[in-house]
Design a protein around this ligand. Structure first.
Ligand code: PRT
Ligand code: ZN
Length: 283
């Protein structure tokens, strides 16, 4: 049995559960429940506040966890970062009131900065030789300058909308963050084996993201040109069709180049183009 800590509610909760589900692991999202069990896998789910996840994994109360990299760094937790998971993307940035004349990082010299991430900020200020005072506020950091309790803030930004609506401008991006899978450093051999099998599934799910399966009928004399348009993971599959002079071509394409490629394939004479959802890709 392996125990995973995930956020009980908040921005990472849904996608953490979704990832487990895509890995074929069914857990119910009973928000009031503290500890759940997967119905079909030797896995327990511990639902926690994100702030607590790094330490709980570090001290072995959970074996692994899904949490923002920002929390891992802030807590300085002694855990291994096993995978970057590609959701919960954001950055930790310094921001100043939009009317100030910002002339570079030296502007922060002697200033008062409000944040919920004092450790990351202290480290950044030290590296850059800035003497500033750091005021720790848990929540609503963005109102600190307007409320007169700080000159600037250091906070999570994703769209930037919150900064704008509070009259702030982002001036320095200190770190980029996303959800990560972390593991404790002293897992037993049995748990390491279970973790490997979970990672195998996670990688297959992640490899399929942003990719589509494409198949079409194409005149056989155009196949080599089509293959040049469609570089596949290994090589595309080509099969003869019953109608002579025609082939069936199958491949995997990146979603962001899909339409461009479909147009080119149409021009080559491809017909009956099907684009299918990819579920898992085991490399
Ligand atoms: O209750 P619990 O302690 O578990 O939750 P929480 O309120 O501390 O965290 P939550 O759910 O807000 O965020 C969990 C994690 O999601 C964070 O640690 C980040 O790793 C990640 N994440 C991604 C974000 C954002 N995007 C985000 N936009 N966390 C917070 N925000 C907030 C930010 O604090 C700011 O107030 O959203 C606002 C900015 O958003 P924009 O889009 O206006 O720039
Ligand atoms: Zn939190």
């Amino acid at each position: 049995m392996i125990r995973i800590a995930i956020q009980s509610k908040g921005r990472l909760n849904e996608e953490s559960l979704e990832l487990l589900k895509d890995c074929g692991i069914e857990v119910d999202n009973q928000k009031r429940k503290f500890l759940g069990r997967a119905a079909n896998h030797p896995l327990e789910v511990l639902y926690l506040r994100d702030d607590d996840i790094p330490e709980v994994v570090a001290d072995g109360s959970a074996d692994i966890g899904i949490v923002g990299l920002n929390e891992v760094k802030e807590r300085g937790a002694d855990v291994d970062i096993i995978r970057y998971l590609g959701f919960g993307a954001c950055r930790l940035s310094l921001a100043v009131p939009k009317e100030v004349r910002y002339d570079g990082i030296q502007w922060f010299q002697g200033k008062n900065i409000a944040t919920s991430y004092p450790n990351i900020l202290h480290q950044y200020l030290e590296t850059n030789n800035i003497q500033a005072s750091v005021r720790t506020i848990m929540g609503s950091v963005e109102i600190a300058p307007a409320a007169g309790i700080a000159d600037a803030i250091f906070d999570i930004v994703s769209s930037g909308g919150t900064l704008i609506s509070n009259g702030l401008t982002e001036t320095e991006c200190v770190m980029k963050s996303e959800a990560v899978l972390v593991a404790g450093k002293s897992l037993t051999d049995e748990k390491r084996t279970q973790l490997r099998s979970l990672l195998f599934r996670i990688d297959a799910v992640r490899n399929s993201r942003g990719k589509k399966y494409i198949l079409m009928n194409i005149p056989s004399d155009k196949v080599s040109e089509a293959i040049r348009i469609l570089p596949a993971m290994r090589s595309p599959t080509v099969m003869p069709l019953a109608a002579s002079g025609w082939s069936s071509l199958h491949s995997v394409v990146e979603e962001n180049t899909l339409w461009d490629k479909v147009e080119k394939l149409k021009q080559l004479g491809a017909e009956g183009i099907l684009i299918l959802q990819l579920d898992k890709v085991v490399e």
